[in-house]
Write a protein that binds this ligand. Structure first.
Ligand code: SF4
Ligand code: SF4
Length: 381
């Protein structure tokens, strides 16, 4: 394992961190039925191999992730890792909610302190209407004084302007967690935001390094731009490890193979590992990807459940696969779904919470129309 500086905290973190939002679940069961034995074995194996950063959140796996992590870190494992979790800012309705959530999290995680504590998924809206309104920064500082947390950070989903406002709106940030990968250099916090955070001495934690798995499963037209000397996953990780600003990359690992593969990649990572030619190749890949990209859904499922029964990420998955699948396959997959996109009642419940700011109420009718047209044309032919 390779280790990197977590900003000015004095902590050295492993290049790879375990994101606990896509753990394996029991076959045919909902997201909160985590396969405990497999997940605990995977987490412990990663720790035994030198990984020292575990990331979870109050709502991951419908609140089942933190208790699972608490169990995985028994038997001496807690002492070997930096434990990160997040305050569900969007659920805070009054100042006291902060203490309720933090105390609950400590209990679920079976620990007396959280090393890296984040305000979850900040946007300009939650920054103003939750963090500042309920004085959550004072709450964070008090929790640090009491020894309940060690370092103060935020995770982020909005644009560059919002990122800069939040970054510069508090002098005691120790770290931040941003969405970054070789496609998103101009999206969300942007590379400029990442550089500004590192310059201020913050540790930078990367999430969505594979853009919700999309960079692992590239369409042939995109993949052919990448040299086959590395796998698409390796290219995506190496783009990030190459950067001096990056402290730790989180990967939401859902299988033993994924853990093994990612640990191997992390073991050979280093700052400056890519040359100009390789970076130009990734620039070209980004251009092709962006020309073909349809809906930037990462499959995080924050928007679920839809009150009208739509499998929102599932519909986007089928739609995005139209670049790879035959028209027949798209139509078959789409019409096999329990609820079609035209069932969307435009309630917009899914929109405010979507980290990618996807406007499902506008897109769903368009998607339904496009795929139903495909069906008509196939039937006519
Ligand atoms: S806007 Fe449409 S997709 Fe989104 S929650 Fe409402 S009905 Fe579901
Ligand atoms: S639509 Fe948005 S919230 Fe829903 S799964 Fe996709 S990225 Fe996540």
């Amino acid at each position: 394992m390779q280790y990197r500086k977590m900003g000015n905290t004095g902590v050295e973190v492993s290049a790879l961190g375990f994101g606990c939002m896509r753990l394996p679940v029991m076959e045919g069961q909902p997201d909160n039925c985590i396969d405990e034995a497999r997940s605990i074995a995977m987490i412990r194996h990663a720790i035994d191999t030198g990984m020292n950063y575990i990331d979870t959140a109050y709502f991951y796996h419908h609140e089942a992730s933190e208790p699972l992590v608490g169990k995985a870190l028994q038997d001496g494992y807690r002492e070997k890792v930096n434990l990160a979790t997040k305050m569900p800012v969007f659920s805070v309705e009054k100042e006291e909610d902060f203490d309720f959530f933090l105390n609950n999290q400590l209990e679920r995680l079976q620990t007396d302190h959280i090393d890296f504590y984040l305000l979850h998924a900040l946007s300009l809206n939650t920054w103003k209407n939750k963090v500042l309104k309920f004085d959550l920064l004072s709450k964070m500082k008090k929790a640090r004084e009491e020894g309940k947390i060690r370092f103060i950070g935020f995770s982020f989903h909005d644009n560059e302007e919002a990122f800069m406002e939040i970054l510069n709106g508090f002098d005691e940030w120790d770290f931040c967690q941003i969405q970054m990968n070789y496609i998103d250099v101009e999206n969300q916090a942007t590379l400029r935001g990442m550089e500004a955070a590192a310059k201020k001495g913050l540790g930078v934690v990367i999430m969505e390094p594979l853009l919700g798995g999309k960079l692992a499963n590239l369409s042939p037209q995109v993949k052919e731009n990448l040299c086959s000397c590395r796998t698409p996953v390796e290219w995506a990780f190496d783009f990030l490890w190459n950067r001096p600003e990056v402290s730790v990359i989180l990967s939401g690992m859902g299988s033993e193979e994924m853990v093994e593969q990612n640990l191997e990649y992390a073991g050979r990572s280093s700052i400056g590992m890519l040359d100009e030619k390789q970076l130009a190749m990734l620039d070209k890949t980004r251009e092709v990807y962006q020309k073909m990209a349809l809906v930037p859904c990462t499959g995080c499922a924050y928007c679920m459940p839809c009150p009208f029964g739509l499998d929102i990420p599932g519909i986007y998955e089928v739609y995005n696969q139209t670049v790879n699948d035959s028209r027949e396959d798209t139509v078959k997959k789409y019409y096999a779904m329990d609820t079609l996109a035209d069932a969307c009642r435009k309630c917009r419940k899914c929109e405010g919470i979507c980290p990618q700011h996807i406007e499902s109420s506008t897109l769903m009718p368009v998607i339904h129309e496009k795929i139903s047209k495909m069906k008509e044309e196939i039937e006519k032919a």
